[in-house]
Ligand binder design. Structure first.
Ligand SMILES: C[S@@+](CC[C@H](N)C(=O)[O-])C[C@H]1O[C@@H](n2cnc3c(N)ncnc32)[C@H](O)[C@@H]1O
Length: 239
């Protein structure tokens, strides 16, 4: 069997049952785990019934971080893929330990909310539409710092709405980000084009906090620490 690593397959019909996609739950849990070392709170844009919010809450467990979950709960304001206007409209969920921010982003994402939320370690962007994603990103900008994580749920959805919003925002703000992971996902409701959940991390000038001392000690004592030491020595030898 030949393997073409550079193959860029757009047809989900071809890939279905041939590859394993990472479930959304796993992706969200991973992001929460990664965000633990990054200062700040967690914000979700696009909540609907709160399925993903409950995953975030459970994954966070006991923590100083707070979760803010933003949605109009009126559903989509524009047709998106096969979803009609109003799809996802529902009553706001009640989730212990989560602050629900109800309203259209254009009105609800205020400077007062920004002051309350403070720095953001992880933002999960799942509002589908270009305008909604751009609005969320624009509000987020001053709350992001080095290491902040940005996850997009449906990057290539209708007319690549989330991707275009991210690219326009990046161009407009000049904020540097690195794509640290990309999870393949099934098409969510339109055609057979495979979709992606990319995870970006902001690269700012401020440094992330160092791993807590006990963790550093444990790392030094572990085989991983040996490997790291050997790698460092090799680099030194080459110089
Ligand atoms: C795909 S659903 C979210 C699904 C949820 N994250 C989950 O995994 O269960 C998208 C949500 O974004 C919300 N939304 C889209 N644009 C919005 C806007 N401009 N303001 C507020 N909410 C918006 C819709 O109301 C809808 O509930």
């Amino acid at each position: 069997m030949s393997v073409n690593m550079a193959l860029d397959v757009h047809d989900w019909g071809y890939l279905d049952r041939r590859i394993t996609v990472t479930p959304k739950r796993t992706v969200l849990e991973l992001c929460v785990a990664l965000s633990r070392r990054v200062p700040g709170n967690i914000v979700e844009f696009g909540v609907a019934k709160g399925e993903s919010t409950r995953i975030l809450r459970r994954a966070l467990g006991h923590s100083n971080k707070r979760i803010y979950a933003c949605d109009s709960f009126e559903g989509l304001s524009e047709k998106f893929e096969n979803a009609e206007v109003g799809t996802f409209a529902c009553e706001p969920p009640r989730i212990r330990g989560v602050e629900i921010v109800k309203g259209y982003f254009e009105q609800s994402l205020t400077p007062e909310l920004a002051a309350r939320v403070g720095r953001v370690s992880f933002a999960s962007l799942d509002a589908d539409l270009y305008s909604s994603t751009l609005c969320a990103l624009t509000w987020l900008t001053p709350l992001l710092g080095s290491g902040s994580l940005l996850l997009f749920d449906e990057f290539l959805g209708e007319k690549e709405s989330e991707k275009r919003a991210f690219e326009d925002w990046s161009k407009e703000t000049g904020l540097r980000t690195v794509r640290i992971a990309e999870f393949v996902r099934e098409p969510s409701g339109w055609g057979t084009r495979i979709d992606k959940r990319p995870l970006f991390q902001v690269v700012g000038d401020d440094l992330l906090p160092k791993a807590a001392a006990p963790l550093r000690k444990r790392l030094r004592a572990s085989p991983l620490g040996d490997i790291a030491r050997r790698a460092r020595d090799l680099v030194r030898e080459r110089k």
